[in-house]
Design a binder for this molecule. Structure first.
Ligand SMILES: NC(=O)c1ccc[n+]([C@@H]2O[C@H](COP(=O)([O-])OP(=O)(O)OC[C@H]3O[C@@H](n4cnc5c(N)ncnc54)[C@H](O)[C@@H]3O)[C@@H](O)[C@H]2O)c1
Length: 451
């Protein structure tokens, strides 16, 4: 099949590369000319295990192409996927301007160029009702050209996880497709057949609004589990219980299950925070007060500040202190820092005049770009953040704050830490990967999350 994927970010590039690997012809379209030129030269704009090889081999054999406008492929494609971003507006709602811009462009081009029976598929995460908005924009453009074209719309939300995106796409738990017309199912069955050979039942068809809702409901459910465990962990701290024991004790109940029960310093990333907020907004717009999700959001906001609260108290303020921060990405195996706890922690440390030594194996550049934009070049706080190329690359420090559980942080020689950082008093373990006794044995004050 011939497929256009519009938006070549985390989702678009992985989707395009994986469709190409399975034998489809794919045009990855992005308005970012530098990104497209870079991809043609083999420069992968994101860090995602396994992706580079698939992009390289499929580009070389011509199944994967990179273009800056849909006009280069619209006449040839059976599917146009929108995989552009849907960032949050100020009020928490999803900003649909990129998705609607794609719809407008498709409408314009469909008027000018010959097109097949193409299906416009929204892969971006969009609130219920977006397909209707897409259709309005699409058809108002097509009508200008007085051509009898019918473009169907469908919703195919993406569930891949950054860090294991290729594997998730190639071996999905399920693929959800919301269609308007029964006849469109066959096209999707053909498209996704190679991905569900082990179990065709994984391809789930629904109506369009349900597919749109499924994505938000799934992410909000996962975010709820995390905030729930964080709240229980904070109570464990007060009453002397251990969240790891509690997790094992409840996770073995098959009705609950073991996954997503880890307490930590809050969820981040490009999906959970914005999707929870957007669902709350959809609730408000429809007269449904989302009491539970408002609490999930509040718990998460406070959880991100926990490393600051505990460490500040122990060090009696941050001014003039040296703080070593391990992990900037919102989770391991990605360079994505969107809404990461590190942003909350670094911002306060820098504003409170600590000297920060920040280390992450892949997310330093993104973090530097973020704070340069956020503070501006001349701001005093910007100079308080130093990005280091090794996790021990500073002379001394007063505290170590771990925020991302990269494997390289797991096995720490605390004798070495003691010797290297004689002033270090505090180890804040924001992901519960260290053994309290082991850390305390070396004379550090240990803080975990509920243990
Ligand atoms: N990142 C994830 O883990 C993930 C997982 C599931 C779903 N999603 C959803 O998928 C969508 C995309 O997320 P992402 O993280 O891949 O975004 P991203 O910001 O990494 O990529 C979006 C890309 O779209 C391009 N773009 C914007 N407008 C365009 C236009 N008019 N024409 C062509 N290209 C355009 C941008 O230049 C950018 O390269 C979002 O709705 C997100 O919520 C993301």
């Amino acid at each position: 099949m011939n497929i256009a994927i519009v938006g070549t970010g985390y989702v678009g590039l992985v989707t395009g590369a994986c469709f190409a690997k399975m034998g489809h012809n794919v045009w990855c379209v992005d308005i970012d000319k530098n990104k497209i030129e870079g991809l043609k030269c083999g420069i992968i704009p994101i860090y995602e295990p396994g992706l580079e090889e698939i992009v390289r081999t499929n580009y070389q054999c011509g199944r994967l192409k990179f273009v800056t406008d849909l006009s280069e492929c619209i006449s040839e494609v059976n599917f146009i996927f929108s995989a552009v971003g849907t960032p949050p507006n100020e009020d928490g709602s999803a900003d649909l301007k990129y998705v609607l811009a794609v719809a407008k462009r498709v409408g314009e081009l469909a008027g000018e160029f010959p097109v097949k029976d193409v299906i416009f598929v929204t892969k971006s995460t969009v609130p219920v009702g977006t397909a209707e908005k897409v259709k309005n924009v699409l058809y108002s453009e097509i009508e200008k050209h007085h051509k009898p074209i019918s473009i169907h719309v469908a919703s195919n939300p993406e569930f891949l996880k950054e860090g294991s995106a290729v594997n998730d796409f190639m071996k999905p738990d399920r693929i959800v497709v919301g269609v308007e017309y029964e006849s469109d199912k066959e096209q999707f069955e053909y498209l996704y057949k190679p991905f569900v050979v082990d179990n065709p039942g994984k391809l789930i068809f629904t109506d369009v609004p349900s597919a749109e809702m499924i994505k938000y409901a799934a992410n909000s459910m996962l975010a709820t589990r995390i905030s729930f465990m964080n709240e229980i962990a904070n109570l464990c701290d007060k009453v002397g219980a251990n969240i790891d024991s509690v997790r094992m004790g409840i996770g073995t109940d098959t009705r609950i299950g073991k996954k997503f029960l880890y307490a930590g310093c809050g969820y981040g990333g490009s999906c959970f925070p914005k999707d929870v907020k957007a669902l709350i907004k959809t609730g408000m717009e429809n007269g449904e007060d989302m009491l539970l999700l408002n609490a999930v959001e509040k718990v998460n906001r406070e959880q991100k500040s926990l490393p600051l609260v505990k460490t500040r108290e122990e060090l009696e303020g941050f001014t003039g202190k040296k703080i070593l921060v391990w992990g900037l990405a919102f989770k391991p195996e990605t360079d994505d820092i969107r809404e990461a706890p590190s942003l909350t922690v670094l911002e306060s440390l820098a504003l409170e005049s600590a000297t920060v030594y920040a280390y992450d194996p892949v997310a330093k550049v993104n973090t530097n770009v973020y704070f340069t934009r956020r503070f501006g070049n001349a701001h005093y706080a910007l100079k308080n953040i130093n990005y280091i190329s090794d996790k021990f690359d500073c002379d001394d420090c007063d505290a170590i704050i771990l925020l991302t559980e990269w494997n390289e942080f797991r096995d720490i020689d605390w004798d070495y830490v003691k010797e290297k950082f004689p002033s270090c008093k505090v180890v804040f373990d924001g992901r519960n990967i260290y053994d309290r006794k082991e850390v305390e044995k070396h004379g550090f004050k240990y803080f975990g999350i509920g243990k």
